[in-house]
Design a protein around this ligand. Structure first.
Ligand SMILES: C[S@@+](CC[C@H](N)C(=O)[O-])C[C@H]1O[C@@H](n2cnc3c(N)ncnc32)[C@H](O)[C@@H]1O
Length: 219
């Protein structure tokens, strides 16, 4: 695929460093060592061709917490069909694959994230099945477990996503979310499983340590 970025895989490799994830050192990801330059480039160049900011270039607090919890509780996903929704780097999905999931799909609306998550999966010697596009509203028959980490960062989109995750939970899918208390995270419909202090970066967050929880959606 050729884009304004040239070869996207090469773009990712040129602008990131394979780095151990702070809360999940078992998993290394191609992440930006400095976020601001790549984020600025997005504003200037990517947006002109409709590409979203590079969420894939960062291990978000919600993803780190959810990945940690899955690796410490592998029975949640072992032998199961798992979806990592809004996968970004693919962190939560990679954790599920390492924990013994039968298969892991990873859904993203950002075509560059699809390539980043594939590079990350290979770096951790696992496979993610890429689902490109907006699958909000899809029936849950293909998944036993749905993971959604740090997906509540925009008002209207969060409402839609949460309503869908609630529906999935009510039909018997295990839905797990990781969230550091973002404004649009729902106030009800879930139970807290665990909290962690997650190291992030003040380049993107208002503090370098975020109290982040893993939740099971009850619907
Ligand atoms: C803040 S990032 C979190 C990435 C990753 N889950 C993590 O915790 O590191 C949110 C991601 O959700 C993706 N996203 C947002 N809406 C989506 C949708 N409707 N379908 C699939 N992905 C979506 C964005 O492209 C972005 O990569």
């Amino acid at each position: 695929m050729e884009t304004v970025l040239g070869d996207p895989a090469q773009f990712i490799l040129d602008h990131t460093v394979l780095t151990q994830t702070p809360l999940v050192p078992e998993i290394s990801l191609y992440v930006a060592s400095e976020m601001l330059p790549i984020w600025q480039m997005t504003e200037d160049e990517m947006r002109t061709v409709g590409l979203p900011p590079p969420f894939w270039a960062f291990a978000w607090a919600g993803g780190q917490a959810l990945a940690r919890y899955i690796l410490d509780n592998p029975e949640l996903v072992a032998g199961k069909r798992v979806l990592d929704f809004g996968a970004g780097s693919g962190l939560a999905g990679i954790a599920a694959a390492l924990a013994g999931a039968a298969q892991v799909s990873a859904a993203e609306i950002d075509p560059i994230a699809i390539i980043a998550m594939d590079l990350n999966a290979r770096a951790n010697t696992v496979t993610l099945i890429a689902l490109e596009g907006d699958i909000v509203g899809a029936a849950g028959a293909d998944w036993d477990v749905v993971l959604a980490a740090d997906v509540c960062y925009e008002g209207p989109a969060s409402k839609r996503i949460v309503a869908w995750l609630d529906d999935l939970a009510r039909t018997g899918v295990t839905v797990l979310m990781g969230d550091p208390g973002r404004t649009y995270f729902p106030k009800s419909g879930h139970e807290k499983l665990i909290s962690y202090a997650v190291k992030t970066t003040t380049e993107l967050e208002d503090t370098d340590l975020r109290n982040t929880s893993v939740w099971r959606v009850t619907g």
